[in-house]
Design a protein around this ligand. Sequence first.
Ligand code: B12
Length: 212
Amino acid sequence: MSDLYRDLSDAVTAGNTETTKKLVNQALAERTGAQTVLERGLLPGMHVVGERFRSGEMFVPEVLFAARAMRAGMEILRPLLTETGGEATGTVVIGTVQGDHHSIGKNLVAMMLEGAGYRVVDLGIDVTPQTFVQAVSEHKPDIVAMSALLTTTMLRMAETVNALKDAGMRDCVKIMAGGAPVTDEFVKNIGGDGYASNAGAAVDKAKELLGR
Ligand code: B12
C-alpha cells in the first residue's frame, strides 16, 4: 500500500474526518480513480475497525467516529461512482432490515448500483417488512435489496420475503440480500434470488438476475 492509501486507511480507522476528506481529495487530484480510492484507502480502514471492534480494542463511540469519517470520504466519491447518463437500467429498492442500524455497506451497494445505471430508492435503515412491501407497491422496482449486519436481524430478511409473498408481490421482483453474516445458502433458504459478498459483486448479480 502506498503511503497515501495507508494514511487514508489510518485516518478512517482513527475517525479523523478532516484528514479523510483531505486525503481522498489528494488521491483524486493525483488522478486516481474513485473506485481505487475506495478499495485501497477507505475500505481497508473500515476493515481494521471491524477487527479491532471484534477483539475489544475499539468501542462503539470510536466505531461511530470511524463510520462518520468513512461516510465523509464516500460522499466525495459518490458523484464519481454514480456518474451515468441515459435511461435507468432498472429500479432497485434497498434498505437495511428492521432492528439493524448498519448503513455503510448498504450505502456502498446503493452507490455502485447507481453507478451501473440503476435507479435506486434507498429506504434507509431499520426498515420493516411492511415498509418494503409499501415501497414495492409504490415504486414497482425490478429488485428488492436487503442488507443485514447482525445475526439477529438476518431473520427479518425471511420475514420480508414472506411479507412480499403475503402481499402477492413476490413474483413481481427479484430479491437480493447481503451483509457480513449473510451467505448464498441463507439467501436461497429464505426464498431469495441472489446473494453478493460486496458492492461490485452486487452489481454483477443484479445484471445477472435481470439480464440487463
Ligand atoms: C461500523 C459498525 C457499527 C456502527 C454502524 C455505523 C453505520 N452508520 O453503519 C455502529 C457503531 C452504529 C454499530 C452498532 C452495533 N454493532 Co456494529 N459493526 C460495525 C462494523 C465495525 C463495520 C461494519 C461496516 O460498516 N463494514 C464496512 C462495510 C463496507 O462492509 P459491509 O457492511 O459488510 O458491506 C459489504 C458487504 O457485506 C456487502 N453488502 C452489504 N449489504 C448488502 C446488501 C446487498 C443486497 C448485497 C448484495 C450486498 C451487501 O457489500 C458491502 C460493500 O462491499 C462491524 C464489523 C464487521 N466486520 O462487519 C460491526 C458489527 C457488524 N457490529 C456488531 C454489533 C454486535 C453491533 C451492536 C449490537 C453493538 C452494541 N453492543 O451496541 C450495535 C447494533 C446496532 C444496531 N441496532 O444495528 C457485530 C455483529 C455481530 C453479529 N454476529 O451479529 C459486528 C460484526 C462486530 C463484531 N465482530 O462484534 N456497528
